[in-house]
Design a protein around this ligand. Structure first.
Ligand SMILES: C[S@@+](CC[C@H](N)C(=O)[O-])C[C@H]1O[C@@H](n2cnc3c(N)ncnc32)[C@H](O)[C@@H]1O
Length: 280
C-alpha cells in the first residue's frame, strides 16, 4: 500500500530507541539484499521508473504541500531588491509545492525542474502554469545539465523536498555541489526528506534493501532514509552554512483510506555564505 503524503503538526522530539519489534524488522531486511546486477539496473532505469510512476499516478499521488510557508518562512521573503526573486524547485514532481506558492503571489519567478519528462508535462498542463511566473523543464540534478538554463550564482532560493532520497547515495555530493553553485552568495536552500527509521523504512520487506538505508519500492523507484549527522557532514563539505537541521515528527493522514501514521522527516535550512561566489 502506498501513502499519500500530507502532514500535520505533532510535538517535535528526537528519534527514540528502536523497539525490539522494529529491530527485528530491520534485521529481516538483511536476509535478502538486491543483487549488484539489479542495483545497477535500477540506477540505469531511474528516469524511466519515475516516468512510469507519473504515467500511472498522474497528479493523484502527492497532495499539495501547503505546509511550506509555515515551515519555511524564508519563502515569504523581504523584498530587498527590485524584481522578482528567483526560486528553483528541484525535483518538482507535478508541482505540488510550486502551485500553492504561485497562488500566493509571493513575487517569485520559479524554475521547476524534474528528472521525469512526464512530470514536467503535467506541470505545464496545470491551469495555473503562467510563463511570466514559472518555467518548467526536465533536468537531472546530478549532472552539469543543471547549468544549461540557469547560470551559476543566480538563484535566491532553492527548495528540494523528498528528492534527494530518490537519488543514489554516490550522487549526493554532486547534487549539493550543483545546488551550491546555482545559489547566489547569501542564497538559501530549503530541504525536507525522509528520516532514519521512518515507518516507510521499517515496512520494507526482505528483497527491497539495496544498501544501508537505501531501498527499492515495488514500482522500481528508490528511497533513502537520512540521519542528521550524515547530512551535516555532507552540507558542510560543500560549504553550506547550516541555519537549522533537525528531525521533524509528523503524521501522514488520509481520512478516506483510514490512514493516520507517525512519520519521521529531516528538515534543513542552509545558506551559501554571502561572500562565497563560485567561479563561473
Ligand atoms: C518523491 S518524488 C517528490 C516530488 C516532489 N518534490 C513532491 O514533493 O511532491 C521525487 C521526485 O524526484 C525526482 N527525481 C529523482 N531523481 C532526480 C534527479 N536525478 N534529478 C531531478 N529530479 C529527480 C523524481 O522524478 C520525482 O519527481
Amino acid at each position: 500500500m502506498e501513502f499519500l503524503e500530507d502532514s500535520i503538526d505533532v510535538p517535535v522530539s528526537e528519534i527514540g530507541e528502536l523497539s525490539p519489534e522494529d529491530k527485528v524488522k530491520l534485521e529481516k531486511q538483511n536476509s535478502r539484499i538486491v543483487s549488484e546486477f539489479q542495483a545497477n539496473k535500477l540506477e540505469k532505469d531511474a528516469m524511466k521508473n519515475w516516468d512510469l510512476f507519473y504515467k500511472r499516478n498522474e497528479t493523484r499521488f502527492f497532495k499539495d504541500r501547503h505546509w511550506t510557508v509555515r515551515e519555511f518562512q524564508e519563502l515569504l521573503g523581504v523584498q530587498e531588491k527590485p524584481g522578482r526573486r528567483k526560486m528553483l524547485e528541484m525535483g518538482c514532481g507535478v508541482g505540488n509545492l510550486v502551485f500553492p506558492l504561485l497562488e500566493m503571489d509571493l513575487n517569485l519567478f520559479v524554475f521547476a525542474c524534474d528528472f521525469s519528462r512526464r512530470a514536467v508535462e503535467l506541470v505545464k498542463s496545470n491551469p495555473l502554469y503562467d510563463e511570466s511566473k514559472i518555467q518548467a523543464y526536465q533536468v537531472d540534478i546530478t549532472t552539469d545539465d543543471v547549468f544549461s538554463k540557469i547560470p551559476q550564482n543566480s538563484i535566491d532560493i532553492i527548495t528540494m523536498v523528498f528528492v534527494l532520497s530518490a537519488i543514489h547515495p554516490d550522487n549526493f555530493l554532486k547534487t549539493f555541489e550543483n545546488l551550491f553553485s546555482l545559489l547566489l552568495p547569501g542564497g538559501i536552500l530549503l530541504f525536507r526528506d525522509y528520516g532514519l527509521y521512518d515507518m516507510a523504512q521499517l515496512r520494507f520487506k526482505p528483497g527491497c534493501k539495496i544498501a544501508d538505508n537505501f531501498y527499492v519500492r515495488q514500482d522500481g523507484t528508490r528511497s533513502y532514509y537520512f540521519c542528521t549527522e550524515e547530512l551535516k557532514a555532507l552540507f558542510q563539505s560543500v560549504g553550506f552554512e547550516i541555519l537549522t537541521l533537525s528531525y521533524v515528527h509528523r503524521r501522514t493522514v488520509n481520512k478516506k483510506e483510514g490512514i493516520d501514521v507517525p512519520r519521521i522527516f529531516v528538515q534543513a535550512k542552509l545558506q551559501k555564505p554571502p561572500a562565497a561566489a563560485v567561479e563561473v
